[in-house]
Ligand binder design. Structure first.
Ligand code: ATP
Length: 325
């Protein structure tokens, strides 16, 4: 990417018009240089208004992540946390998976702009500058991967605690790895593991939360989606959100490591979006199974009453859709 692209975008984050001439003067470059840098931004999906006679403007004033601001949100310095904020990354999960050998437990990698966010089974996570908070946290467990089957549910509990603490009390959990508001998707979790069957295991916990989804991004999502700004009526500071999430993630991950998902089970169930609802399970082999959600078990599996009786589903690769709201 052009080295000027992000510095210019940071200037535009005030949401005001900046003329090409003023930007060029500020960075001591030519206007063509400015134009090229902003072309690169548009190629990365950043929406920029260009108006003759006025200059360039972002659609909204935008607060970016800043490591010092995130750290200042903690009551006491978070010595356990190694925080890296990148202007731009294809995927924070891919970055951490790639750099895992040199990253310590408690490394958090966040990106102001993630362009190739991933979901499960090769699906895409849509994000944009100021549109979403995207980050990944590296957590090293002593146990093997089989003991981590309830991890994405545990992470969901941390998200709920953080969102409720910030006043977003409508947020609910969808098994196994999403946060919903009014049946619309607000946040997703993608966990990737590396390690031996017997342990230890390194988990890369990727989280995407929508802050303010512009229309063009919403159109690219093939299911109902929502964002925090629509819920609050005002912009949410991503620095406060990230710090609050990290505080709750640390507590929940420590509980999960020592006591397992069973210690978080009741809390998860309290926020279960589809409890006692009729749902459709989209299986990895293409089959669809319908049934009535009974509960989530203490090991994190989902119990559904189907035509063939009570069936247990483990999270893996299953997608869930509600049939009756
Ligand atoms: P599903 O939501 O279909 O059950 P999933 O929970 O496995 O599947 P993820 O892999 O977490 O989903 O996320 C990818 C899916 O989420 C995409 O296929 C798309 O439907 C949806 N999606 C992508 N970007 C966003 C976004 N920014 N906000 C809400 N939903 C999104």
């Amino acid at each position: 990417m052009n080295t000027l692209t992000f510095p210019i975008l940071k200037l535009l984050c005030d949401g005001k018009f900046h003329s090409g001439e003023a930007i060029a003067k500020y960075f001591n470059v030519s206007r063509t240089h400015v134009w090229n840098a902003l072309q690169d931004a548009e190629e990365l999906g950043v929406e920029i208004f260009a108006v003759r006679g006025r200059g360039y403007q972002l659609p909204n004033a935008t607060t970016l992540l800043n490591p010092q601001t995130v750290r200042a949100c903690f009551e006491s310095p978070p010595h356990w946390l190694q925080l890296e904020v990148h202007d731009f990354l294809p995927s924070t999960n891919s970055y951490l998976m790639h750099h895992m050998s040199t990253c310590t437990h408690g490394t958090c990698v966040a990106a102001n702009l993630q362009t190739q966010g991933r979901g499960r089974r090769g699906r895409q996570w849509q994000a944009g500058l100021g549109a979403s908070l995207t980050f990944s946290l590296l957590w090293r467990f002593q146990c093997g991967a089989s003991a981590l089957s309830g991890l994405s549910l545990a992470v969901g509990v941390a998200l709920i605690r953080a969102l409720h603490a910030l006043g977003f009390v409508q947020a609910k959990l969808k098994w196994p790895n999403d946060v919903l508001v009014d049946s619309k998707k607000l946040a997703g979790i993608l966990i990737e593991l590396q390690g031996d069957a017997e342990g230890p295991t390194a988990a890369v916990i990727g989280i995407g939360i929508n802050l303010h989804l512009p229309h063009h991004l919403k159109q690219q999502i093939d299911q109902p989606a929502t964002d925090l700004t629509s819920m609050h009526g005002q912009a949410v500071n991503p620095n406060t959100l990230l710090a609050t999430l990290l505080i709750h993630l640390k507590t929940v991950l420590e509980t999960f490591e020592t006591e397992g998902f069973s210690a978080l089970h009741d809390e998860w169930s309290k926020h279960h979006a589809y409890h006692a609802k009729t749902v459709k399970m989209l299986m990895p082999d293409g089959r669809e199974i319908q049934g009535l959600v009974q509960s989530v078990a203490e090991d994190g599996s989902l119990l559904i009453n189907t035509d063939h009786g009570l069936q247990r589903f483990v999270s893996g690769e299953i997608s869930l859709r509600v049939l009756e709201k």
